[in-house]
Design a protein around this ligand. Structure first.
Ligand code: SF4
Length: 599
């Protein structure tokens, strides 16, 4: 983000304190910079100003000057220039910085204004906080407590409006809670570009609804739930499942595409209940796609891989790793070389059980290793791709990843549906952009040049290999869910979803962003790093770390873009890397929010 020139800044005075802000800054934002809260409902920093809730009323003044001489009029009480205060309060959301602007936010008049607004807003609002799903994050409840009068003079009957109206497949409306702030209306029109919501009737009978023949079903509909300041709009998937104050929040990244929208995963006792967007003005503002919010359901899918397998039979992790190493033509455990086998892995020692190969064995194995190929993934983390590359390098095996290209929606779903294609380039796993099909690998299998394939998180059949080609090779499959490749694999090593592990992705801007484990993985599945690391060691590569923290010193030492970076020091908003080495590549992405194709 470019910083404004200091000479462009405008000085304003809020509650007696001076602050210089960029032109166009409204008084809610200027006060926020001073740590002063101006309460509001309809104002949202990423939407147009509606000015209809009137909660942000403040007093406004200007230095007084003599109309005839334009000379400052002194204030006898202070000796300084007198401030001429406007007789009526103004709304702070619509008042932008101007030279010499004075604002008061905490006078008796403003206190009375806020109490009046709150009283009006609560006239028809049901007092059902104990059973409302918004409790714990309701702006109306919070501001009624902080700025309300504490009692109501309204003795008439409250309006009754429709309850539980499905506006679309994912959003439920409780109309009697709506305070008509129009945030949801403006979001649909201005951000989602689907003008679907509006108000009918007037006054106390105003009601939010969809336009005739329309539904709130675009892929950004759940953002209206996030920005609704009350409990009028709720998520069909989340409502009444869990009180928000019980939930743990973990920073994560949306893996749907190379946009890498920042997210928060809300979980309790190992169960994920919802995913919401996390503010990052450089990537996704405060929004995310609905489709990304439902990805957590994959962790409990019926086809989740939950036990290692060798030749279709359940096996221990140590046995599966030994079998994998055997397929890579590496001797493991107690064999003809007379070395001491590694003890079997216990539950607390996931990923061990493969002994390093001795030096004199290496040359003998070189030739046989040339029959191995590695298929990595653009969905793997930077750390996993780094180890995948190390595995391929130790085996002297070619490596590919699989491209996923869809249609970008010009907002937060880009054409590249892999979250980490850039990571594969930066780590050196690939040198050029991937193809959607593994044509080259298929040809090498047909020619008998490849006998064993290590597939890290990719379904080889979906990537174009046929069942006949799979039948000609031995497959070592690392993955989370069953598919045709897992079914055909000689060795299956179950791994973790993005919600169960930590790591980093590099998004379309070449922004390195980290994610953290929100919940523990299921019994039987291992961290990808804990599986890849012993395999690298087993094929003669330098013993790498098996955790994110342990790998970063090597990443920083070997990859110039990562110099001086550590996982711990990486900012929550990410770190922009130098993309110069890959500037000429024809990336698939078109325009999205905060991204223009460099071409
Ligand atoms: Fe505002 Fe919520 Fe009503 Fe929409 S449903 S107008 S966001 S209070």
């Amino acid at each position: 983000m470019t910083q404004p020139d200091q000479s462009d800044l405008i000085a304003v005075n809020i509650d007696g304190r001076e602050i210089a802000v960029p032109p166009g800054t409204n008084m809610i934002e200027a006060a926020r910079l001073l740590g002063i809260d101006i309460p509001h409902f309809c104002y949202h920093a990423k939407l147009s100003v509606a000015g209809n809730c009137r909660m942000c009323l403040v007093e406004m003044g200007k230095p007084a000057v003599d109309p005839a001489t334009r000379e400052p009029i002194p204030d006898p009480a202070t000796g300084r220039q007198k401030i001429r205060w406007v007789s009526k309060p103004v709304i702070a959301c619509f008042t932008v910085a101007a030279p010499g602007l004075y604002i008061r936010t905490n006078t008796p008049l403003i206190k009375e204004c806020r109490e009046g607004v709150m009283e009006f807003l609560l006239i028809n609002h049901p007092l059902d906080c104990p059973i409302c799903d918004q409790a714990g994050e309701c702006k109306l409840q919070e501001q009624a407590t902080q700025y309300g009068r504490g009692y109501s003079r309204f003795v008439e009957r409250k309006n009754v409006k429709p309850k539980r109206t499905l506006l679309g497949p994912r959003v439920m409306l409780d109309d009697e809670r709506c305070i008509l702030c129009s945030r949801c209306v403006r979001f649909c029109k201005e951000i989602a570009q689907d003008d679907v919501l509006g108000f009918t009737d007037r006054g106390s009978y105003s009601t939010l609804t969809c336009y005739p023949g329309k539904r709130l079903e675009h892929n950004y509909s759940l953002n209206t739930v996030d920005i609704c300041p009350v409990g009028a709009l709720t998520s069909v998937d989340f409502r009444f499942k869990m009180r928000v104050w019980f939930l743990k929040q973990t920073n994560s990244i949306d893996t749907e595409s190379s946009v890498g929208a920042n997210t928060v995963v809300w979980s309790r006792e190992g169960v994920i209940y919802r995913i919401t967007p996390r503010d990052n003005d450089e990537v996704n503002d405060t929004w995310m796609a609905d489709s990304g919010r439902l990805l957590y359901q994959q962790i409990r899918a019926a086809n989740r891989l939950l036990e290692p397998r060798v030749d279709g039979q359940p096996a221990s992790l140590a046995a599966a790793l030994s079998a994998a190493a055997g397929l890579l033509q590496i001797r493991t455990g107690a064999t003809d070389m007379g070395e001491t086998p590694m003890p079997p892995a216990t539950a607390g020692q996931r990923g061990t059980g493969v002994s390093p190969v001795s030096a004199d064995r290496k040359s003998e194995l070189e030739k046989r290793r040339s029959a191995v190929a590695v298929v990595g993934s653009g969905r793997s983390s930077v750390e996993e791709q780094f180890l995948t590359k190390k595995l391929a390098a130790a085996l002297k095996a070619p490596a590919w990843i699989v491209a996923r290209v869809g249609e970008g929606d010009r907002l937060l779903l880009s054409a590249d549906r892999n979250p980490n294609t850039r990571g594969a380039l930066v780590t050196g796993l690939i040198r050029t952009l991937p193809s959607p099909t593994l044509t080259e690998l298929a040809a090498q299998i047909d020619a008998g040049q490849v006998k064993t394939v290590v597939a890290v998180g990719e379904d080889l059949v979906a990537a174009g290999l046929t069942a006949a080609q799979l039948a000609k090779i031995s497959v070592i499959y690392l993955g989370t869910h069953a598919n045709a490749t897992a079914d055909a694999a000689k060795v299956v090593l179950p791994t973790l979803t993005v919600f169960e592990k930590s790591g980093t992705f590099i998004n379309q801007q070449f922004r390195l962003q980290k994610f953290a484990a929100a919940v523990p993985g299921p019994l039987g599945a291992s961290d990808d790093l804990a599986v890849l690391s012993p395999l690298v060691a087993a094929v003669g590569g330098p013993p790498p770390g098996a955790t994110v923290a342990a790998l970063w010193p090597a990443l920083a030492a070997e990859i110039s873009q990562f110099a001086a970076v550590t996982y711990q020091s990486l900012p929550d908003t990410g770190l922009l890397l130098d993309r110069t080495p890959w500037a000429a590549l024809p990336f698939a992405e078109g325009e999205t929010l905060h991204y223009q194709h460099p071409a």
